[in-house]
Write a protein that binds this ligand. Structure first.
Ligand SMILES: [Zn+2]
Length: 336
């Protein structure tokens, strides 16, 4: 097995067999205080792929920060082949403000590939592409639902790219969603360049969810073993995920207090009651029904809604029974 090569991130050259914590400069605070994006580079002695694992591109999405923290404590990294670029907090400004956005209210994940002379979001996106993505062979970007919205652990990837599809399968989240939309996200930017990457989405913003964290860490380790970066173990094989055919949000038919009748991961049939929306004085109640058969892969966690607010994210599958069994298998496995 040949020797790994050195890699330069920022001003630092990381030699094979060493680890470095690197601070990538980003826009200073207006107090005059400097701010930087923390990166841990783990360079294995032996050659292998370069993988980036990133989190908190939306600054309030915290599960991935914990997944990366636990990843960096893994003893198996001592026998790493290739190089791991771990970026637990990409959107440092948003992370400090407990906000999805940047101080100019822009969404970093709508600002890729960015530019050196653009907005604060465009500059941050540009730094991330230039220093991390362009030096990697593969990527895993970790997200959660938004504030007051929780996601069933799921992987989103460009399934037209065979290497992304393969990684998505290996990762072992129960559901895979093929979603390529032109939205300035890192995923779209990667898809355009034929760069294999996946997005893991699990849990909700500003909260830790232990099942989502454990499943995410296992998924990253599985991907690394699959890429030959870590030695194979005798751990149980992951479940084979199912690919969703389509997904839609069910919205509140009226404004009011929401009494939810169904949990994340549940199988629903067309016409099934999902929730009741009522007014605080108990004068009216409206029922919310499932528009078709599917699995609840996301939901609002707030028991209040305005008319039109998204309440349930429902995915449809070729075989619903098959999808349901995968979700149940996953839940049982990660409850251990
Ligand atoms: Zn996100």
């Amino acid at each position: 097995m040949s020797k790994n090569s050195s890699i330069s991130i920022g001003q630092t050259e990381v030699k094979p067999g060493t680890r470095h914590s690197i601070s990538l400069p980003i826009a200073d605070l207006y107090t005059g205080t400097s701010l930087s994006m923390p990166v841990k580079v783990v360079a294995g002695r032996k050659a292998g792929p370069v993988l980036f694992v990133s989190a908190a591109i939306h600054g309030d999405e915290l599960n991935g920060v914990e997944i990366i923290r636990r990843l960096l404590k893994q003893k198996s990294l001592q026998s790493l082949r290739g190089t791991l670029l771990a970026v637990p907090i990409v959107n440092v400004h948003g992370f400090l403000d407990l906000s999805r956005y940047l101080p100019d209210r822009r969404d970093l994940n709508r600002s890729f590939p960015g530019s050196a002379k653009g907005s604060i979001a465009a500059r941050m996106a540009n730094t991330f592409i230039k220093e991390i993505v362009s030096k990697a062979d593969y990527g895993i970007d970790i997200h959660t639902g938004a504030v007051n919205r929780s996601n069933l652990p799921q992987v989103r990837a460009n399934l037209d790219d065979s290497r992304s599809l393969e990684l998505a399968r290996i990762f072992g989240a129960p559901v895979i969603i093929n979603s390529i939309i032109r939205d300035g996200s890192l995923r779209e930017c990667a898809a355009e360049r034929g760069f294999p990457m996946l997005v893991y989405e699990a849990g909700e913003a500003l909260r830790f969810d232990e099942v989502s964290i454990r499943a995410g860490l296992r998924g990253v380790l599985r991907a690394m073993r699959h890429l030959g970066m870590l030695p194979e173990t005798r751990s149980r094989k992951a479940i084979t995920p199912v690919v969703a055919e389509s997904t839609t949000w069910v919205r509140a038919p009226a404004s009011g207090i929401v009494s939810r009748k169904i949990e994340l991961g549940a199988r629903v049939v067309e016409g099934q009651k999902l929730a009741i929306v009522g007014d605080p004085l108990g004068e009216f109640e409206e029922q919310v029904f499932a528009p078709y058969d599917g699995i609840v892969i996301g939901r609002s966690t707030l028991p209040l809604a305005h008319e039109g607010d998204a309440l349930f994210h429902i995915a449809t599958f070729k075989s619903l029974a098959h999808a349901e069994s995968k979700v149940e298998q996953f839940a049982a496995r990660h409850a251990e």
